[in-house]
Design a protein around this ligand. Structure first.
Ligand SMILES: *[C@@H]1O[C@H](CO)[C@@H](O)[C@H](O)[C@H]1NC(C)=O
Ligand SMILES: *[C@@H]1O[C@H](CO)[C@@H](O)[C@H](O)[C@H]1NC(C)=O
Ligand SMILES: *[C@@H]1O[C@H](CO)[C@@H](O)[C@H](O)[C@H]1NC(C)=O
Ligand SMILES: *[C@@H]1O[C@H](CO)[C@@H](O)[C@H](O)[C@H]1NC(C)=O
Ligand SMILES: *[C@@H]1O[C@H](CO)[C@@H](O)[C@H](O)[C@H]1NC(C)=O
Ligand SMILES: *[C@@H]1O[C@H](CO)[C@@H](O)[C@H](O)[C@H]1NC(C)=O
Ligand SMILES: *[C@@H]1O[C@H](CO)[C@@H](O)[C@H](O)[C@H]1NC(C)=O
Ligand SMILES: *[C@@H]1O[C@H](CO)[C@@H](O)[C@H](O)[C@H]1NC(C)=O
Length: 620
């Protein structure tokens, strides 16, 4: 602590030295007659924050607000994040109209706060001040914390960090939105990155983590105490308090800190993580207090419409009671994104509601909301409206208040061991059964049935396709009596290892070539693995077809050779290639994992090998 004080005094004295040149003034303000040069630093009154130019490489310079308390001087705000200065000769200036500009040596404006308020009575004597909250403000009243006096404040333009007191959300009066956006590379390049944390105010507002234009995680709606998707979010008495404000003027999330010596910030990093970091004074470090996404079930839409994600189940995806997987094969290969279908269609009149507990409420962007309705009224309204698929209380305080009614698919539900909310899902009366509560108790049975049904489907498909193929005299390269048993064993293997296909090199290579048991890959699996044979996944092209790179759901990288329909490669050539590959396989060159086909298309699936002359092998 003493060293900190000494350091702080040092900083203060240096700042005074810096500012003694233009004019004698308090160290934490800048007037229109002064400027801040690259060597100078503006401090907040208690020395918690500093405003200074910084660079990581001496080529790109930025003006930023940084914590002054930590050794790393963590940057929490950057002015010119997308317009770096090319050399360290720049100044920050405050104009008479309260506009903040960074100019370079040739007086060229590199960055401007675009302050457009031209009201001269207000802007006679604007002052720039860095507050101890980390807010850089242009004001006419120094040492005033009242935002109505601010002509401009950095809190209105967050970069990648939400500090206590900053708002994340929408202002409907000015139609402006504030969100946080990651750096291109955290701790290296402050320019705007792909990851952002942004509020969608439609229906019941929720905050989404975005990767470019894709939603990857959502907070869940605010339930009066916390976000539905963050059950561990508990206000810490005397320290972190969370607030969510929603009215006709604005909707925002923000947090505050009760103790002066405590520092906490919420930021998004370039790796796609949202994290709350908290300063541990005694150890002088930032610790990760909380982060998201945490687990597979945090991935947006992991289990698709009407699917339920549960990290304690294996696989994590299940269907809501009364629903079945839409795509059994993908489901068995652990891809639940297609979601679930109703076992029995609704008929409106006689439908019942399944009471689910401890859930993260489904996405609420297109729901019906009435904040004054009781749960009973909500249920009645939902029952009367045939397009209502489920309902819940909006807030969990006071025994539950408000009504939120879903009129569409229920998306992105997950179950928590504790701390979730109640959700009522509309089902055909025959699907509800006698227990009002669905979810975890049914997992095992659902899974067993899922595996049985999925298994039957796969076996049926393998048999069916091999029969078809045989008819075409292609034979999937399975000859002799062992063919059917072989492929059956494979498909059972596939199930028993729960979707993880384990190839068996020795076994295959020992066998006679004509006795090959080549695993069959479902066309959809290949389509998924190669991102629908996307151009991006294309590895190369040969006379006989195109080779794509892909990744199976279980993570294995594959190369798929898709023989063009009119390649002219006949059955014999096809067989020869496989024989050749099997020989090569013996020498550990490239491994043939299986084959696949769809209509007239033949596909060979190889193990993908980086940095080997795959072309040479595949194209001969
Ligand atoms: C910054 O400081 C260095 C060394 O103290 C000096 O050479 C340089 O001219 C200063 N730059 C500005 C813009 O004041
Ligand atoms: C930037 O310049 C400073 C002072 O000249 C030097 O100490 C530092 O190593 C340089 N940093 C890089 C990344 O080149
Ligand atoms: C000032 O900025 C302008 C525009 O970016 C640039 O063309 C010019 O070279 C810069 N001057 C100096 C001295 O950096
Ligand atoms: C930049 O502006 C200042 C003050 O207006 C002036 O003194 C200086 O000569 C200008 N520099 C250049 C390179 O135009
Ligand atoms: C100010 O306005 C210019 C021109 O419209 C724009 O390019 C720039 O990004 C704006 N600056 C800020 C900080 O919004
Ligand atoms: C400037 O601000 C004052 C005080 O808010 C207000 O009374 C006045 O009408 C404003 N003037 C203009 C031109 O907007
Ligand atoms: C909301 O529900 C209350 C209580 O049932 C009702 O009085 C009110 O009219 C409803 N508001 C809207 C907008 O439907
Ligand atoms: C169900 O409720 C929604 C939202 O209030 C409404 O738009 C829709 O028309 C209703 N449908 C029926 C069939 O009542």
């Amino acid at each position: 602590m003493r060293s900190f004080t000494t350091f702080f005094l040092f900083c203060l004295s240096t700042s005074i030295t810096f500012f003694s040149k233009p004019s004698t003034s308090v160290s934490n303000t800048l007037t229109t007659s002064q400027f801040l040069s690259i060597n100078q630093t503006l401090f907040s009154p208690k020395g918690i924050f500093q405003l200074t130019f910084f660079s990581y490489n001496n080529f790109s310079w930025y003006l930023g607000i940084r914590y002054n308390i930590d050794h790393d001087k963590t940057v929490v705000w950057v002015a010119n994040r997308n317009t770096p200065l090319q050399n360290p000769t720049a100044f920050l200036k405050l104009t008479n109209t309260g506009n903040l500009i960074i100019i370079n040596e040739s007086n060229k404006t590199i960055w401007s706060s675009n302050q457009t308020n031209q009201n001269s009575t207000l802007n006679t004597n604007p002052i720039l001040q860095l507050l101890d909250s980390g807010n850089l403000v242009v004001t006419t009243e120094p040492n005033e914390n009242d935002p109505t006096n601010f002509l401009w404040q950095s809190f209105d333009y967050p970069t990648d960090t939400l500090l206590p007191g900053m708002k994340l959300g929408w202002n409907f009066d000015t139609n402006t939105e504030t969100h946080i956006n990651s750096w291109k590379q955290t701790d290296q390049d402050p320019s705007i990155g792909d990851i952002s944390f942004k509020m969608d105010y439609h229906g019941v507002p929720e905050i989404f983590l975005w990767n470019k234009n894709r939603r990857v995680y959502r907070s869940g709606p605010w339930n009066g105490k916390r976000f539905s998707g963050v059950p561990e979010m508990q206000p810490v008495t005397d320290s972190i308090q969370f607030s969510f404000v929603e009215n006709e003027h604005e909707v925002y999330y923000s947090f505050s800190i009760g103790k002066e010596s405590l520092f906490s910030r919420l930021s998004v990093n370039s790796l796609g993580e949202l994290q709350r970091l908290t300063w541990i004074n005694s150890r002088n470090i930032w610790t990760k207090f909380w982060y998201a996404p945490k687990d597979q079930c945090d991935n947006y839409k992991e289990c698709g419409p009407f699917g339920v994600c549960d990290t304690n189940a294996s696989p994590v995806c299940n269907c809501i009671k009364g629903f079945r997987p839409k795509n059994h094969q993908a489901w068995n290969l652990r891809d639940g994104s297609d979601g679930c279908l109703r076992n029995n269609e609704l008929d409106c009149e006689s439908d019942k509601f399944l009471h689910m507990v401890n859930v993260k409420l489904p996405e609420t962007s297109s729901v019906f909301v009435n904040r004054s309705m009781s749960l009973v009224e909500c249920g009645d309204l939902c029952k009367r409206n045939c397009s209502c698929t489920g309902y819940a209380n909006i807030e969990i305080v006071d025994g539950g208040i408000g009504c939120v009614m879903w009129l569409d698919e229920l998306i992105d539900i997950r179950i928590y061991p504790a701390g979730g909310q109640d959700l009522f899902v509309r089902l055909a009366a025959s699907d509800v059964g006698d227990d009002g509560v669905g979810g975890s108790s049914d997992h095992k049975i659902a899974r067993a049935i899922g595996i049985m049904v999925g298994g039957a489907t796969i076996i049926f498909l393998v048999l069916g396709t091999c029969y078809l193929w045989r008819k075409k005299k292609l034979q999937c390269l399975l000859k002799g009596k062992r063919e059917k048993r072989g492929s059956l064993e494979r498909s059972q293997d596939l199930l028993m290892t729960e979707g993880v296909y384990t190839s068996n090199r020795e076994q295959t290579s020992e066998k006679n070539m004509d006795d090959l048991e080549l695993p069959f890959f479902d066309f959809n699996t290949i389509t998924m693995a190669t991102n629908n044979f996307s151009e991006e996944n294309k590895l190369g092209q040969g006379g006989f077809g195109i080779v794509y790179k892909g990744r199976l759901i279980e993570g294995q990288e594959i190369a798929v050779k898709r023989l063009s329909k009119n390649s002219g490669q006949g059955v014999d050539e096809f067989k020869n290639e496989v024989r050749l590959i099997v020989k090569l396989q013996h020498r550990n060159l490239v491994r043939l994992l299986g084959c696949s086909f769809q209509m007239d298309e033949k596909m060979l699936v190889y193990e993908y090998m980086e940095n080997r002359s795959l072309d040479a092998i595949l194209f001969g």
